[in-house]
Structures are given as C-alpha cells and as structure tokens.
Design a protein around this ligand. Structure first.
Ligand code: 5GP
Ligand code: ZN
Length: 124
C-alpha cells in the first residue's frame, strides 16, 4: 500500500487536495510536501505548504517530524520568491501556523500559510 494512502484521513479536505479529489491551484509538489494557493487569500501572494501525510496540527509534532518541517520551512523562501513576493528586506513574507481552536485553526491538517506582496492585506 502506498505510504500516502496509509497516512490520509478520510474526511480531511487537505488530504483530498493532495490526492487530487478536490481541485487546487498547485504551487509545488514532491514526495513529502504539497503547496497550493489559498482559496480565500488575505494577501496578494497567499499559499499553503502542507505535508502530504495527515498530521492534524503543530500540536502533534515531535522529533520524528524535524526533518520534514525543516524541509518545509526551507522551501518557503524559494516558493515565496517564485510566487511574486518582493525581495527582502523591503519585501519579504509572513509564515503563520494556526494551531487548535484558540490558535485560529480551521482545517485540521498541518499547514503553514505563506503570505506576501504589497500592503494593505485583508488581515494583519
Ligand atoms: P487555518 O484557519 O486552518 O489556518 O487556514 C485554513 C485555510 O485553508 C484558510 O485560509 C482557507 O481559506 C483555506 N482553505 C479552506 N478550504 C480550502 C480549499 O478547499 N481549497 C483551498 N485552496 N484552500 C482552502
Ligand atoms: Zn489530512
């Protein structure tokens, strides 16, 4: 059985996006990670990077995820530049990982928001 089939959660919209069962505007894909544009962007550039494996949130992260999270964070600046964020330091981007209800998390599949572009933004 493929590893991503074992790790998918049946009612998770981001697992369905990884599988292609729900369409998305893909930004990037490799064996481990998937990135796609947010359906309701707050900023001129707004995409999400997720692990393909279903991890509910940052609250479930442990040492076994350090490599994946390092690769995810290391991917962000490259994708931000490719998607049109302006160069640091006058440009830049914001990375957000909402975690749990009080952290503002709505979709319970670990994701980081990467947002950038000229202000004002809808939020923040
Ligand atoms: P959270 O509040 O959980 O950190 O953020 C979830 C994000 O996922 C929201 O910004 C929301 O717009 C986005 N989102 C929810 N459903 C979909 C979808 O079906 N497709 C895409 N591309 N983004 C989605
Ligand atoms: Zn999922």
């Amino acid at each position: 059985m493929p590893s991503d089939a074992v790790s998918a959660a049946p009612d998770c919209i981001f697992c369905k996006i990884v599988q292609g069962a729900i369409p998305s505007r893909k930004v990037y894909e490799d064996d481990e990670l998937f990135a796609f544009h947010d359906i309701a962007p707050w900023a001129p550039v707004h995409f999400l990077i997720i692990p393909k494996a279903h991890i509910p949130s940052m609250a479930q992260v442990g040492p076994q995820h350090a490599g994946m999270l390092g690769r995810l964070m290391a991917l962000a600046p490259r994708l931000a530049q490719e998607q049109g964020c302006n160069p640091y330091p006058d440009g830049g981007f914001r990375i957000v990982a909402n975690t749990g209800a009080e952290g503002g998390q709505e979709v319970h599949h670990l994701h980081v928001h990467v947002m950038g572009g000229p202000r004002p933004w809808l939020k923040g």
